[in-house]
Design a protein. Structure first.
Length: 542
C-alpha cells in the first residue's frame, strides 16, 4: 500500500474563479458565483488517471504535476508519493489507527488535536478506480455527509450578516450570502450582489492536499504504451514486458485475475533502439529469460518475485562468450537455448549472415540440431550437407532442413507446446520437427503477421494477422501446413478480436490477445471470451 498526495484545481465554467478540488466528490460549489460544478467519473479519470499510473513507481516524496485539458474542465494537478500526513505539522498519520476510527469520519492529530477527515472510498469510485482503499485529509465541507458539524469545522468562520443598499431604491438589505440574486423587500426589484461583496461572504478557498491510500496490486494491471513481449506459464500466469514513459520498461507477473503479483521497473537491462525491445522466454522450470538486441548478455529472472537469478553468461568469468545482437531466443523443451543472432561475420562473397546456435543455460555451445535423425537414411543428411556447402548461405525463402545460417535477419523463433519449431519472417512460416526437418514452409494469408506464431500440443499453429481494412484475425494452421483457416475473426467480422497486436497460447490452450495501452482479451480453449480489459472494451465502443 502506498500514499498518493493530490492537490487539484480547476476553473469555474461560469465565472472563471479557481475551484479547489479538495475531495473525491461529485459536486463542488463555486465559492465565487455559487454555481454547482459536477464531476463525473470521466472527470475523475482525468484528475486521477496519471497519478494512479505513475505514483506507484515513484520514490517516497517524489512528485509530478500536469495540466489536463478535458471535455468539461481543465485541471491543474500536483501528485506524488507521500505517506498520508497531518496537514498542520506534517506528521505521518498512523493508518491502522485512522482506519479504526473510520466510523467517526475523522482522526485527530495526537500532537495538535486538529481533526482531519478519513473515510473509505465510496463504492462508485472503488469500482472505477480499483486499488483505492481510503481517503485522508479531504476538506470536510465538501464531503456529502460531513462528519463534523459546522461549528467543529475550524476553517469555516461564521458568516456575519452583511448589509447593502438596493441599487434601485436605496433601501438597506440584510443578506447572508445564500443566494447571489436577492429580492428587495422595499421595491421588489431583483438585485445582483456585486463581486467584492460576494467575495467577502464567500472567501476563495485554497487548494489543500489530500491523500489516497492505494493498493496497486489490487487492480487489473494497466500499461500506457507499447507491450514489447509476453509469455504465459502452465498456471496461466502472464509475464509481460511493457515500455514505460521514460524509455524504461516494466516486467510484471499477472495472476489469473490479471492483477500484478510483482512488478519490476528498475531492472538494469536498458535498451536504446526500437530493435532492442526486450523479449521474453520461459525455461522449463518456468523462470524467465530476458534478451535484447541492445544487450550483450541475457538475464535469468525468478518467476516467483522477479528477482535476477543471474546474468547469462557470467561475463566476468567468461568474457569470450560475449555476444551482441541477440535477435531471437527461445528456450527449448530440453532447457537448451535456441538462439538466432548476428555473429558479426561475413560469408565468402562478403555478405553478412546470421547464425542459429544452441547453448545450454550457461551458454556452453551445443550442436544446433541433434545428431540422431528420424526415419531419414544416413545418405539423406549427407546429400543435404553437401547441398548446403555448394549453395552457400540461403535466404529464409530457400531454406532446407536443419538450417544454421541465413542471410535474413529478422527471424522470430517460437517452440510449440509439442516441441516443434516455428520460424517466422514477415508473412512466412517455417515449421521444423525436433530433428530440424522441414514439415512445411508457407505464406500465411494476411497483410502482415503480428507478433510470433504460437503452436499448441496437437501441432496446430496460431498466427495473429492484420488483414485488409484494418481487421485482425487469428489464423489456425493445420499440423501439416495444408490448411490455414480463420480461427477467430475480428469484431468487424463478427468475431472477438479488436486492436490487439499479439497472441500467446497457454499450455492448457487459453488464448491471450494483448496489445498497446493495456489491451487484454482472453479466450478459453473453446473460444469463449472470458476476460476483457477496460482498454479493449473501449475499442468496441468507439
Ligand atoms: Zn463561479
Ligand atoms: Zn429596492
Amino acid at each position: 500500500m502506498i500514499g498518493i498526495l493530490i492537490e487539484a484545481k480547476t476553473k469555474c465554467p461560469s465565472c472563471s474563479s479557481i475551484i479547489p478540488i479538495n475531495a473525491l466528490v461529485s459536486k463542488i460549489t463555486c465559492s465565487a458565483c455559487g454555481k454547482i460544478c459536477n464531476f463525473n467519473l470521466d472527470d475523475w479519470e482525468s484528475i486521477l488517471g496519471n497519478a494512479l499510473e505513475e505514483v506507484p513507481y515513484m520514490e517516497e516524496l517524489e512528485g509530478s504535476s500536469s495540466t489536463i485539458f478535458s471535455g468539461n474542465y481543465n485541471y491543474e494537478i500536483v501528485y506524488g508519493r507521500q505517506h498520508p500526513s497531518f496537514r498542520d505539522d506534517k506528521q505521518k498519520i498512523d493508518i491502522d489507527q485512522a482506519v479504526k476510527q473510520i466510523y467517526q469520519g475523522w482522526i485527530a492529530n495526537p500532537l495538535t488535536g486538529k481533526k482531519f477527515s478519513v473515510r473509505a472510498v465510496p463504492q462508485k469510485y472503488q469500482l472505477k478506480f480499483p486499488g483505492i482503499k481510503y481517503l485522508f485529509c479531504e476538506q470536510f465541507e465538501l464531503l456529502p455527509t460531513s462528519p463534523l458539524t459546522e461549528d467543529q469545522i475550524e476553517t469555516k468562520s461564521k458568516i456575519e450578516p452583511v448589509y447593502f443598499n438596493c441599487p434601485k431604491c436605496g433601501g438597506g438589505l440584510e443578506i447572508d450570502g445564500s443566494q447571489r440574486l436577492v429580492n428587495c423587500r422595499f421595491c421588489h426589484a431583483s438585485a445582483y450582489i456585486p463581486d467584492d461583496l460576494w467575495l467577502i461572504l464567500h472567501p476563495v478557498k485554497t487548494v489543500s492536499r489530500w491523500y489516497i491510500w492505494f493498493d496497486q496490486y489490487d487492480r487489473v494491471f494497466r500499461w500506457e504504451q507499447d507491450l514489447w513481449d509476453g509469455v504465459v506459464d502452465s498456471q496461466n500466469n502472464l509475464y509481460l514486458v511493457c515500455e514505460s514513459s521514460n524509455g524504461n520498461f516494466k516486467l510484471v507477473c499477472l495472476n489469473q485475475e490479471y492483477k500484478p503479483t510483482w512488478i519490476k521497473n528498475k531492472l538494469d537491462f536498458k535498451t536504446h533502439t526500437t530493435r532492442g525491445d526486450i523479449k521474453l522466454s520461459l525455461t522449463t522450470d518456468e523462470n524467465l529469460i530476458l534478451h535484447s538486441y541492445d544487450q550483450d548478455h541475457l538475464l535469468l529472472i525468478d518467476r516467483n518475485d522477479g528477482s535476477v537469478i543471474c546474468s547469462i553468461p557470467d561475463l566476468e568469468q567468461h568474457p569470450e562468450l560475449k555476444f551482441k545482437y541477440w535477435e531471437s531466443v527461445a528456450c527449448d523443451i530440453d532447457d537448451s537455448l535456441l538462439v538466432y543472432l548476428n555473429p558479426e561475420k561475413k560469408d565468402a562473397e562478403g555478405y553478412s549472415y546470421y547464425e542459429l546456435l544452441r547453448f545450454d543455460l550457461d551458454l556452453n555451445p551445443l550442436p544446433t540440431w541433434p545428431d540422431q535423425k528420424s526415419e531419414k537414411p544416413k545418405w539423406y543428411s549427407w546429400i543435404t550437407d553437401l547441398f548446403k556447402r555448394t549453395c552457400g548461405i540461403p535466404y529464409f525463402s530457400g531454406v532446407k532442413n536443419r538450417f544454421e545460417k541465413l542471410k535474413d535477419f529478422e527471424i522470430k523463433i517460437n517452440i510449440g507446446s509439442d516441441g516443434n519449431y516455428y520460424f517466422s519472417y514477415y508473412n512466412y512460416l517455417l515449421k521444423y520437427n525436433r530433428y530440424g526437418e522441414k514439415i512445411y514452409y508457407m505464406e500465411i494469408p494476411c497483410n502482415y503477421l503480428r507478433g510470433k506464431v504460437v503452436g499448441d500440443s496437437n501441432g496446430y499453429a496460431y498466427a495473429l494477422t492484420g488483414q485488409s481494412d484494418d481487421r485482425n484475425t487469428l489464423i489456425r494452421i493445420s499440423p501439416d501446413g495444408q490448411q490455414a483457416e480463420t480461427y477467430v475473426d475480428s469484431i468487424k467480422g463478427g468475431g472477438l478480436i479488436g486492436k490487439e497486436e499479439f497472441v500467446l497460447l497457454s499450455p492448457s490452450g487459453y488464448i491471450f490477445l494483448l496489445g498497446y495501452g493495456g489491451r487484454i482479451r482472453v479466450l478459453s480453449p473453446d473460444k469463449k471470451l472470458i476476460f476483457i480489459s477496460e482498454r479493449s472494451k473501449k475499442d468496441e465502443q468507439s
